[in-house]
Design a protein around this ligand. Structure first.
Ligand SMILES: NC(=O)c1ccc[n+]([C@@H]2O[C@H](COP(=O)([O-])OP(=O)(O)OC[C@H]3O[C@@H](n4cnc5c(N)ncnc54)[C@H](OP(=O)(O)O)[C@@H]3O)[C@@H](O)[C@H]2O)c1
Length: 181
């Protein structure tokens, strides 16, 4: 596909990008907007979202994805505003790493909620709309998990890696198919 063909195929599509105020999410949002995609930027801090993009058509959704009620409200607001969803980009995430004996359960819970649970729930809620558009899901996460370093156990950014979630999702490189099981 040529560059022009890619732009033509994306123009008028919609995307919801989480972590859009962060380094990777912002770069993805800007790249999509340049191709004519209408982007919904999701993040906790309005200030970083505001800095993420200017000029292109976009909408901000200030949301803590760790709070189910806020996450659900954002999916409703996004669909009310954009009417459809072609691309869902999960680029929110937090990172923490420590030897197991010094790892805190509180950090484990935060990592689980941010990096695995919220992408799971967001995908589940938006799947019908993605399927209706033969949409795409992109997971940006860390492959770090429980690892052995110099004979000691170390917990990584996601004890159960977000990449496991990606592998288990009904997507991959192909558009999501509307299949009943
Ligand atoms: N950068 C790298 O070299 C690298 C390498 C491998 C993997 N990764 C992974 O790729 C992902 C994106 O990386 P990045 O460098 O762009 O990270 P980043 O700059 O830290 O951005 C992550 C964004 O996620 C948002 N976020 C975190 N928790 C959230 C929550 N509960 N609700 C809503 N938004 C939340 C943050 O929003 P606020 O700022 O508003 O809080 C932040 O803007 C992360 O999962 C990271 O672990 C990054």
């Amino acid at each position: 596909m040529t560059d022009d063909e890619l732009t033509a195929s994306l123009s008028g599509c919609t995307a919801l990008v989480t972590g859009a105020g962060g380094g990777i999410g912002r770069a993805i949002s800007v790249a999509l907007a340049r191709r004519g995609v209408l982007v919904g930027l999701v993040g906790r801090r309005r200030s970083t979202l505001l800095r993420a993009m200017s000029g292109a058509e976009h909408q901000l959704f200030v949301t803590d994805l760790a709070a189910d009620s806020q996450l659900r409200q954002t999916t409703r607001s996004f669909l009310r505003h954009f009417r459809r969803l072609d691309i869902l980009v999960h680029s929110n995430g937090i990172y923490a790493s420590a030897p197991l004996e010094r790892s805190r359960v509180r950090d484990f819970d935060r990592l689980w909620t941010s990096n695995v649970r919220s992408p799971f729930l967001l995908t589940q809620l938006l799947l019908p709309d993605l399927r209706a558009c033969s949409g795409q899901i992109v997971f940006v996460n860390s492959s770090v998990r429980i690892v052995f370093v110099n004979s000691s156990v170390r917990t990584g950014s996601v004890p159960v890696s977000g990449s496991s979630l990606r592998r288990s999702m009904p997507c991959g490189r192909s558009p999501i198919r509307s299949e009943q099981s």
